[in-house]
Design a protein around this ligand. Structure first.
Ligand SMILES: *[C@@H]1O[C@H](CO)[C@@H](O)[C@H](O)[C@H]1NC(C)=O
Ligand SMILES: *[C@@H]1O[C@H](CO)[C@@H](O)[C@H](O)[C@H]1NC(C)=O
Ligand SMILES: *[C@@H]1O[C@H](CO)[C@@H](O)[C@H](O)[C@H]1NC(C)=O
Ligand SMILES: *[C@@H]1O[C@H](CO)[C@@H](O)[C@H](O)[C@H]1NC(C)=O
Ligand SMILES: *[C@@H]1O[C@H](CO)[C@@H](O)[C@H](O)[C@H]1NC(C)=O
Length: 328
């Protein structure tokens, strides 16, 4: 009897275990590890880039502090005739140390990494929990990773990577640091820093100047970017059939890279910088132009084109409008 019950228990366990794994594996919904069926691939959750706050998002009393921090690194940069300078502040707001990218002793001695090592040498700091870092140029992919490992609370910069690479023709890894910062969850729930870009942007950009006409400089790169002037929204019906209307809307950025917009979870990144949003808005009785896409993602880099289609139940006239939330 005991053996039969044990066997039954084992059988039930197997059945429950199989049931627990049943269904499509959806990485975006898996939050507890170790439960992938052996036949499936492990995959972390899919993420877009994180939020980069703008000066206009920051309360004025706090912004004044960040402007002072930025003014200081720009001032030091000018005094030393260097481009990339970073500073680190204690949680109480006192300056702890600075770091200057001098290319020495090697190419990974960036302002941020030099400052981190400097502060550690000076004070023995191992983890920068609740510290703030300022940097003239947005952290590169390497430094963004370092800042997450170091557990900074707040990160502030003047000049964006996009501008460094695309407008200033300075060699850089063409990636928004927010891509890395958004993945801080991998080091712990509270590791995501608060990120503020573009503080004293004009001054910082001016100090970087331009390498575009200096192809012999070691910093020069011929950027693989495109420059445009303004956002234009065009709208056209691509197919129409009984009860349904299919639209294709192309949004072309003719201006500087902007914050904002979109996206539903079901977009894909196509070839040649084309983002495809494939969202079905099926709520019958809801006019399509009342639908809200919540802005949280940097969508438009220069020359990026967004193409998407949607279907409307019913017989609404086609009239798609979008509101963009600009950063600059
Ligand atoms: C801020 O903290 C640092 C490190 O503990 C300390 O050296 C400094 O005196 C503090 N500053 C103020 C104004 O309390
Ligand atoms: C380290 O920081 C201190 C304090 O800001 C600064 O005086 C010094 O020049 C820095 N050293 C390096 C190597 O950047
Ligand atoms: C960081 O700041 C938070 C909020 O003030 C505080 O609860 C926490 O103890 C601080 N952590 C460290 C290591 O200072
Ligand atoms: C849009 O979604 C439909 C239904 O899920 C799918 O069949 C189609 O391939 C998708 N189109 C694009 C461009 O992703
Ligand atoms: C589209 O909707 C907007 C906002 O309601 C309106 O101003 C505009 O006239 C409409 N265009 C067409 C072609 O219906």
């Amino acid at each position: 009897m005991y053996k039969v019950l044990s066997l039954l228990f084992v059988l039930l366990s197997v059945i429950f275990a199989v049931q627990a794994c049943a269904g499509d594996y959806d990485p975006s919904k898996v939050t507890i590890g170790g439960n992938c069926p052996a036949t499936s691939f492990a995959q972390w959750k899919q993420l877009d880039e994180g939020v980069v706050l703008n000066p206009t998002d920051i309360p004025i009393d706090e912004l004044v502090i960040h402007q002072a921090g930025m003014a200081h690194v720009i001032e030091v940069a000018k005094a030393l005739n260097k481009k990339f300078v970073a500073s680190i502040y204690f949680p109480n707001g006192t300056l702890a140390c600075i770091g200057v990218n001098t290319g020495s002793p090697n190419m990974i001695a960036h302002g941020e990494t030099v400052a981190i090592n400097n502060c550690t040498a000076l004070y023995g700091i191992k983890s920068f929990t609740n510290f703030t870092l300022y940097t003239t140029g947005e952290p590169c992919a390497m430094c963004a990773g370092a800042l997450v490992w170091a557990d900074f609370k707040t990160i502030v910069w003047g000049t964006f990577n996009r501008d460094l690479y695309c407008k200033i023709c300075m060699s850089n890894i063409p990636m928004d640091s927010s891509y890395i910062f958004a993945r801080a969850f991998g080091l712990g729930a509270n590791k995501a820093p608060r990120v503020i870009g573009g503080v004293l942007r004009a001054q910082s950009d001016a100090w970087f100047g331009s390498y575009c006409s200096r192809p012999t400089s070691i910093y020069y790169i011929k950027p693989e970017c495109a420059c445009n002037k303004a956002i234009s929204v065009s709208q056209r019906v691509v197919t129409s059939y009984s009860g349904y209307t299919q639209f294709e809307v192309s949004l072309v950025n003719y201006g500087p890279a902007v914050q904002g917009m979109i996206v539903q979870s079901d977009y894909t990144l196509g070839n040649n910088d084309i983002w495809t949003l494939n969202s079905t808005l099926a709520a019958s009785g809801v006019a399509p132009n009342t639908y809200t896409f919540y802005p949280y993602k940097d969508l438009f880099n220069a020359n990026e084109v967004l193409t998407f289609g949607y279907r409307i139940q019913g017989s609404y006239a086609a009239n798609f409008t979008l509101q963009f939330n600009y950063a600059s």
